[in-house]
Design a protein around this ligand. Structure first.
Ligand code: 2NF
Length: 249
């Protein structure tokens, strides 16, 4: 039996079992079935670029550069006016794009679709994935292979956005707009004022919860202020009707 270095132990859950097979399967599903109009993408090459970005490396020293080759292979155009961001409202935003059909969240693009819900990391002393544990972004390190990936793809998604862009926010929590979230830290600051004319926020409250006007709350006002400084117009609507309907089914 070959002797192996013990892998480092982290506080977070390890790489998702069958990570590579799931990635490849999702790549083929997306390109062949979900969006065949995207045209040819080399899923083998994309899968390789994904794992090369983090295997045999320290999972706490991951950089956005590591993911550049992967980002280049998965370039995808989202039409103007069709980008939908979300924060603390994952389920609702994705339910909405599924029925609505022509808005895109990051998880409705190839790379977001492939990675959503998965976990991954490597180890500098092994060429294999660490299925035992991965760094937790709060308890171990923020520059981990997983967080750095989402920062990099969220940044690109925001840079590519144009026209009127949308965000679904959660009006049933106090930090409806959270400056430490990916939306608040990365996406808002990477919108391009030359081509993004407006950010339209849909603030959704839990059905049956207390009625409140979150568009005028301090956290949403903070978002409004940041956008004003960036010369991007802002509009806000409480309980946007088409999404409200989904909360009732
Ligand atoms: O997992 C995803 N699909 C994902 C993760 C991070 C960011 C998607 N995003 C993109 C989407 F495109 C949305 O527009 O960013 C936006 C949502 O991120 P958010 O941070 O604004 O929203 P939350 O509901 O607060 O977080 C979403 C998930 O990401 C985790 C968090 O625990 C939750 O499971 N998360 C947030 N920041 C980090 C981080 N720095 C993080 N996980 C690891 N490191």
């Amino acid at each position: 039996l070959m002797w192996r270095h013990p892998l480092q132990e982290w506080k977070g859950k390890g790489t998702t079992a069958h990570f590579y097979e799931i990635l490849l399967g999702r790549c083929y599903t997306y390109t062949q079935i979900v969006r065949p109009e995207l045209g040819h993408k080399d899923c083998q090459k994309i899968g390789k670029a994904f794992t090369t970005a983090f295997l045999s490396k320290d999972p706490c020293s991951s950089t956005e550069q590591d993911y550049q080759p992967l980002l280049e292979l998965t370039a995808q155009t989202v039409p103007c006016n069709k980008t939908l961001f979300w924060s603390k409202s994952s389920q609702l935003a994705h339910d909405y794009t599924r029925v609505q059909g022509d808005l895109f969240t990051l998880e409705d693009t190839l790379l977001g679709y492939m990675a959503d819900g998965l976990k991954w990391c490597g180890d500098p002393r092994s060429s294999e994935m660490n299925y035992q544990s991965c760094p937790d972004w709060r308890e171990d390190c923020s520059n981990n292979s997983f967080s750095v990936f989402w920062n990099a793809v969220s940044k690109r998604f925001a840079e590519d956005a144009c026209g009127v862009v949308h965000v679904v926010l959660n009006g049933s929590i106090s930090n409806t707009f959270d400056e430490r979230s990916t939306f608040g830290r990365v996406e808002v600051f990477n919108l391009r004022p030359e081509k993004v004319h407006q950010l339209q926020a849909w603030v959704m409250h839990d059905v049956g919860g207390v009625h409140s006007d979150s568009c005028s709350s301090s956290s949403v006002n903070n978002l409004k202020r940041i956008l004003k400084e960036r010369s991007i117009a802002f509009s806000c609507q409480n309980n946007y009707g088409p999404i409200r309907l989904l909360q009732c089914v």
